[in-house]
Design a protein. Structure first.
Length: 405
């Protein structure tokens, strides 16, 4: 091609030389006609138009329509349904620690044993006091019966009968008081064996064998803690918009599905249900506390863990979806390039939503089945003709390279 261009250039130069030589060069009419012919050919070669530009190649795919559900993501944390600080009901020296720290215990399992000897002695004293009260009461009853016989024969006064009758009533009260004291002494003896109040995972022993523990105010000794594990709560705070969207109705507050994910997981593989929404929005933060309940049979979750929470809406609707790489940014607006029937591309502003299953939701600006540019977006401009290659709108598994945009 370069040789042909140089040949044309030489001809152009020759023609200009021929023109500049004047009439002295063309002495004969035959020479004039020959020069005119050469000039005409060279002028036509110099004015030849460049070849037309080829249309840029792009890949287009039709926008798809799918059924999607609304959802929003929040941050939360796990908390136990039941959490107990185990404290003694009676004081004394710890004789034995009867559990393995960090193990699962069941309701009624022995955790600590406090020295029982003082309480055994108190039970024996209360039993003796009860026997004494019963004996005195029995004697008072016999005296009342004797007084009733004597008063009928006027051997004693009516006042004496009333006095003996009052003594029997006092004896009955003394028996009941002694019985109550015996029950309390037996309770204190039972409380020297500290048992697990709930089933769950026990913490470390805060008090070890041989130490003195105190009961009652002002500061009863903390022995250990127990938290239940199955089921388990997830607490999270939602904003006002999410509350109005998902939880404003009474029926929407219970049973709504909630998906849970851990920090080492990529998705939301655990499902629970919404079972509590607080009664007011916090004025300082503009959020409201909500809670989900989920099963934990394998004890995979533990209280205090961070949780990723996805709150699902109950309404499902049709949505137009495209690949994320089909969407361009024009300052503060999003747009797509739509392929028209004459193979030109049209600029179309759109409002985008979230990514669902690898495709971006287009809330407005695009209709289903309209073909949009998904590859080569940066190589074309609105109104340009393109050479389009059709493809399917499939979910993206990786971010596109910059040159493909």
């Amino acid at each position: 091609m370069s040789s042909s261009l140089s040949h044309v250039t030489e001809k152009c130069n020759m023609s200009s030389k021929v023109l500049s030589s004047g009439s002295a060069t063309f002495r004969s009419s035959a020479g004039s006609f020959a020069a005119a012919a050469v000039f005409t050919l060279c002028a036509s070669a110099c004015s030849k138009a460049p070849p037309p530009m080829q249309a840029p190649e792009v890949t287009v795919a039709p926008a798809v329509q799918r059924v999607v559900a609304d959802w929003d993501d929040f941050s939360g944390h796990f908390e136990a349904v039941n959490s107990v600080e185990v404290r003694p009901r009676v004081g004394g020296f710890v004789q034995r620690v009867a559990f393995t720290e960090g193990a699962t215990v069941h309701e009624g399992d022995v955790l600590f044993v406090i020295d029982q000897r003082p309480y055994e002695a108190e039970v024996a004293r209360a039993e003796a006091a009860l026997a004494q009260a019963q004996t005195r009461n029995q004697l008072a009853g016999v005296e009342v019966e004797r007084a009733q016989k004597l008063v009928s024969s006027q051997a004693i006064s009516r006042e004496e009968l009333e006095s003996r009758t009052s003594g029997r009533a006092e004896g009955d009260a003394a028996v009941r008081s002694a019985e109550a004291a015996l029950r309390l002494a037996k309770l204190n003896l039972d409380w020297t064996v500290v048992r697990a109040p709930i089933t769950g995972r026990v913490g470390r022993a805060e008090i070890t064998q041989g130490n003195l523990v105190q009961s009652g105010p002002p500061s009863p000794s903390l022995l250990t803690t127990i938290v239940s594990l199955d089921p388990i709560y997830v607490y999270f705070d939602t904003d006002e918009q999410a509350y109005l969207k998902y939880m404003s109705g009474t029926s929407a507050r219970s049973g709504r599905p909630v998906m849970i994910g851990l920090t080492n997981e990529s998705g939301f593989t655990h499902q629970g249900t919404l079972n509590f929404v607080d009664n007011r929005i916090d004025g300082s933060s503009g959020t409201i506390r909500a809670r989900a309940l989920l099963a934990n049979p394998n004890h995979e979750f533990t209280p205090g863990l961070f949780a990723r929470v996805r709150l699902l809406g109950s309404d499902r609707h049709l949505a137009t979806m495209v690949q994320d790489q089909a969407i361009g940014t024009d300052q503060d607006r999003k747009f797509v390039l739509v392929l028209k029937s004459d193979n030109t591309v049209e600029y179309r502003p759109v409002v985008t939503g979230r990514v669902v299953d690898g495709l971006r939701v287009v809330e407005s600006g695009l209709a289903p089945n309209e073909r949009v540019v998904i590859n080569g977006l940066m190589r074309v401009r609105p109104g340009m003709k393109v050479a389009a290659t059709n493809a399917a709108m499939v979910a993206q598994t990786a971010a596109p390279a910059a040159g493909d945009r």
